[in-house]
Design a protein around this ligand. Structure first.
Ligand code: NAD
Length: 340
């Protein structure tokens, strides 16, 4: 049977991507929604033919425990709310997918992992690009050293933020600005292309172009991640301008690049030997089907909570490096989860 997924938070990503993707999955189906808005509940009920018993609000959410049609709770809320709802979903006895960044602190991420472990359920992070064929190819080329060892990586991901979702520039709700939201893709992309976790980071905030909009969070940050073998990754993220999204790896005998790299589709890849010629896929459908397969066949997910925690710790290190101007060691993070 198809596993039932309940979406928690019916914002842009749930509405524009996840619900449509659930119509294309092989092993999942939309089986519930959690929303604070009665108007949205009514719209979704009609559009997706949902019954009243599969519609929850944030207060009745815990009753999801009594709904056998829901196997997976997918938390798609502002970043700072992920922890509470992942813990509550685990306590309701459900498997959980949590959007990126997993949490706004490493302490919260640890709590979330423990809660899901205690419930004997599985936890994965919404890292859709692990299931995307251009990114799988970057992993293969980099990790198998097809062009020799990767010596330098470049990753850019950012856009001009128009304040349509104000929580993204709220320290309390976002946990930070573009680094938490967009920069995390650069961290991920460099790690899985190199096949290693960096041992240190240096970073610098970019100027606050709009001091009112960026009162609580950074406008942008440029950072470098250093790997144990001396190779480096130069990364940039911003909310102050539209930035071409890019992931590039230069190895001793060739190079590979994705541009655009991090969007939902239209990705294009090239290497020193020519175009990649890889088809784009529905990333969210692939991601959710893979998690369903992990549950149905009791396999570990490629994007576990531990990976989410690792990345939150790296983001914290990048912020510390930018705030202090010092190089920050991430050797302890690298030691915890070097599997990518
Ligand atoms: P959004 O603002 O469009 O949606 C957030 C939803 O949460 C809204 O429906 C809002 O009503 C609800 N909400 C509940 N309590 C809230 C509160 N206290 N304050 C504000 N909103 C509240 O945001 P989004 O773009 O859908 O992002 C949601 C999550 O999904 C974020 O963690 C984001 O990082 C992640 N995301 C991931 C991807 C991806 O490609 N994996 C893409 C977009 C967003």
């Amino acid at each position: 049977r198809k596993l039932g997924v309940a979406l928690v938070g019916l914002g842009k990503y749930s509405t524009g991507r996840l619900a449509p993707a659930l119509q294309q999955t092989k092993w999942c189906r939309l089986a519930g929604i959690v929303t604070g808005s009665p108007a949205k509940a009514a719209r979704w009920k009609q559009e997706y033919n949902l019954s009243d018993k599969s519609i929850y609000d944030y207060k009745t959410f815990d009753r999801i425990a009594d709904n056998p049609d829901i196997d997976i709770v997918y938390v798609v809320l502002p970043n700072a709310l992920h922890a509470e709802y992942v813990v509550r979903a685990a306590q309701a006895g459900k498997h959980v997918i949590c959007e990126k960044p997993m949490a706004t602190s490493a302490a919260d991420a640890r709590r979330m992992i423990e809660a899901v472990q205690k419930a004997g359920k599985k936890l994965s992070i919404g890292y859709r690009l692990h299931f995307e064929p251009h990114h799988r190819e970057m992993m293969r080329l980099g990790q198998q050293q097809v062009f020799g060892p990767v010596q330098r990586l470049l990753a850019d991901n950012g856009f001009k933020f128009n304040n349509d979702t104000p929580w993204r520039v709220s320290k309390a709700l976002g946990g930070g600005g573009p680094l938490m939201d967009m920069g995390i893709y650069c961290v991920q992309g460099c790690i899985y292309t190199k096949g290693q976790v960096p041992v240190s980071v240096t970073a610098k905030f970019t100027p606050k172009t709009d001091p009112v909009l960026f009162k609580e969070v950074e406008a942008g940050v440029n950072w470098q991640m250093q790997f144990a073998d001396g190779s480096v990754a130069d990364c940039r993220t911003t909310y102050a301008e539209n930035m071409a999204s890019r992931l590039r790896a230069d190895a001793t005998k060739g190079w590979a690049e994705l541009a655009p790299a991090f969007g939902y589709g239209g990705l294009q890849g090239r290497t020193s030997q020519g175009a990649m010629n890889i088809q784009n896929v529905n990333q969210q459908a692939e991601q959710m089907d893979d998690f369903a397969d992990c549950i149905l066949r009791n396999k570990p997910t490629r994007v576990p909570g531990e990976m989410g925690l690792r990345d939150v710790r790296l983001l914290e290190a990048i912020y510390r490096a930018a705030e202090t101007g010092q190089k920050v060691s991430t050797k302890e993070v690298a030691a915890v989860l070097d599997k990518v």
